[in-house]
Design a protein around this ligand. Structure first.
Ligand code: ATP
Length: 281
């Protein structure tokens, strides 16, 4: 936890007209869980990944009045979010070719988005919203119409289905209990999972992931559940590894080690992946 907080100090943030501490990079906090049967010395090792993503917010220059370096950052943020949107659309339409390689963000997430990996997108919205379509009142009203379980919003032929719409006064723990915990349960059962905080600038994405003393964020809540689970499973042995990186202007920087900047992505074959999971040995 302390390392994570240290990492946040070197994450790129800057003041814009929309947010005094606006994230200028996407961050990926990744937990890798390795587990094996405590009674089987050479038994298989199961590996699963959980990514907690604090995406930088999409920006409109007309609102942020960005110029110079801020403008360049904003352009990179918008471009990578657009690639992420394309990838998610291609996956949901079952396309054969998925354009993972169009941005560092999607390259790093390729294993966590495809296959039988599970994803959850938490859409944060501003108050007042930039568009009435995304106002809390509008979403809450529709949520009530749909008995609070699923919500649909349709305009220009687009249909959005929400698992849940939360009220303005809800806490990170409310979000965690309703929609995040089931995903973390799957992760501990061996599925790869990714949770995105997504939305416009200054809509509270970083607050969702990091929280504060009175309203702990998802990072703290996931860690609590994970370590409690590990402590309860006496017949299993676990290894937990973490990484915390940012993608800033298409450059990957290690937030846990200041000297480790401009990292390159190395890909491993599917066979090697299976070997690592103890399926072929
Ligand atoms: N639910 C909340 N409770 C209390 N404060 C909040 C909440 N959501 C957001 N804030 C506050 O609003 C401000 C903007 O939030 P935050 O920085 O999390 O937005 P963001 O979506 O990550 O923005 P950006 O994309 O520009 O980085 C911060 O000062 C944050 O502490």
């Amino acid at each position: 936890m302390e390392n994570m907080m240290q990492g946040n100090k070197i994450r790129r943030v800057a003041a814009t007209r929309m947010n005094e501490r606006s994230s200028r990079s996407h961050t990926i906090f990744r937990i890798i869980l390795e587990s094996k049967d405590a009674n089987q010395k050479d038994g298989p090792v199961h590996i699963s990944y959980l990514n907690l993503m604090d995406l930088a917010g999409s920006e409109r220059v007309s609102l942020t009045k960005a110029a110079g370096e801020r403008l360049k950052e904003g352009a990179n943020i918008n471009k990578s979010l657009s690639v992420l949107g394309n990838v998610i659309r291609q996956l949901s339409e079952g396309k054969e070719f998925i354009s993972y390689r169009d941005s560092k963000l999607t390259r790093l997430l390729s294993q966590a988005l495809g296959g039988n990996a599970k994803s959850l997108i938490i859409g944060n919205t501003n108050d007042p919203p930039r568009s009435s379509r995304w106002s809390r009142a509008s979403l809450e009203r529709k949520s009530k119409l749909h008995m609070g379980s699923r919500d649909e919003s349709s305009r220009h032929g687009e249909v959005y289905i929400f698992d849940h719409v939360f009220k303005q006064e809800c806490t990170n723990s409310d979000v965690y209990g309703s929609v995040v915990k089931p995903l973390v349960d799957s992760f501990m059962e061996g599925f790869n999972a990714t949770i995105f905080a997504y939305g416009q600038t200054s809509s509270g994405k970083t607050h969702t992931i990091l929280g504060n003393k009175t309203d702990p964020g998802l990072f703290q809540l996931v860690s609590n559940q994970l370590f409690q689970h590990v402590a309860d499973q006496v017949d299993k042995r676990y290894l937990i590894r973490c990484s915390y990186i940012e993608i800033y202007n298409e450059k990957i920087n290690d937030l846990l080690d200041k000297s480790n900047q401009g990292l390159t992505i190395r890909e491993i074959s599917k066979e090697m992946c299976c070997l690592m999971q103890g399926k072929l040995s």
